[in-house]
Design a protein around this ligand. Sequence first.
Ligand code: AMP
Length: 214
Amino acid sequence: MKKVNIIVIGPPGAGKGTQSERISGELGIPHISTGDMLRQHSDLETEHGMARDYMDRGDLVPDKIVYSILDHRLKKRDTENGFVLDGFPRDISQARHLESMEKIDAVISLEVDKNNVIRRLTGRRICDSCGKTFHLDYKPPVKEGVCDKCGSDLVQREDDKKDVIEQRLKKYRDKTLPLKEFYRKKGVLRKVDGNKDIEAVWNDIKEMIEEFLR
Ligand code: AMP
């Protein structure tokens, strides 16, 4: 199979994680989420554990920390057929950093209205132990407050609380949105209507992937 490097961008709550997981399963390439990796470092209190302070405020974590984690991850052997990157790049300078290491084949932009974003984020719950995500309305756990997969407690991410969401959306507008123009000029941007339900969005993405793999 030819190597395929995909980026999924979109505002917080756009479904980047969910759709990236699907792409990963479909193409057999790893899903690399900088947000997940940063949360793991914080939980394990590694030398990058201070990232949590930035995340809890809805700020971007300094590039030095993110690059150190990402560069290490991209060197792993499982990326030899490509990867699907979720949460990176967050701004133009991160895009340039990535460009210096990897060629990007497609950037899928999940387009979601602000009211949907807020509804999705405030209802999101995450397993304290295994990280599996749920949603109070769209993907509730079988038993309230308990993870279907491992039975641990479900919690709300600190940065999914309302005032932090506003800050994350502001960062997205100011820093991340310009990436769409950056990648459009390179001819790799593909927009998808992310307001639809998970299955419908996935069908659109799948069609798009089949088309560009042809
Ligand atoms: P996410 O899970 O993608 O919503 O990311 C959660 C938080 O992790 C963000 O609000 C940032 O604080 C941090 N983060 C994730 N990816 C990056 C990145 N590429 N650059 C800087 N901070 C990041």
